[in-house]
Design a protein around this ligand. Sequence first.
Ligand SMILES: [Zn+2]
Length: 226
Amino acid sequence: MWFFTRKGGVSEPPYDSLNVSTLVGDERSAVEENLSRIRASMSGRSSAWVRQVAGDGVVRVEEGRFGGEGDALVTGSAGFSLAVAIADCVPVALVGDGVVGMVHSGWRGTLKGISGKAAKEMGDPSVVRAYIGPGIRRCCYEVSEEVAGRFADRFGRGVVDGRMLSLAASIETDLREAGVAEVHDLGLCTGCRTDLFYSHRKEGPKTGRNLAAVALEPGGHGGGAR
Ligand SMILES: [Zn+2]
């Protein structure tokens, strides 16, 4: 799996430099160059992606191309990666037995249990390993009282501290409820580390998107993934 930082690309400020989105005002040619560098660093793999709509749709894809609308991708096919674009929302990579998944978990999708839903879509969730990537953390993520209340009701008081919300803790609870036994959290905050990651909260709408991806190894029967 890959959690790309914002470094190593060609986009000019405020999109510097490895921005993967053409929807934020960056030059298309720069984004294309960035994507081609990312592809090279993934051993030439193409990526399957979806139009992210902050929902809980899980899309099963068989090829490394546009897969429609949704916020999670699942595949049992090797040779291409599943990719999501992130600026504060939490990327969650799921590695099962001959199947992988990639989730874009914003607060709406988290509340709807998108990570657990994707894990269940992968067959037996108890063999799925989950990796919670760089996203905005409780230290930097203030939400409305109403949203904080909904999270506390759904995932327990421990996921909020006043109006500061932990998406990661909510996602972990969701995954464990779905039967996922192994959950790893990289612990990186996009809001604290704008030197490494784009943060919509800290930088406003004129910022880039980071790429997160996961792939099955070609010929990797039995859960070979990276
Ligand atoms: Zn932070």
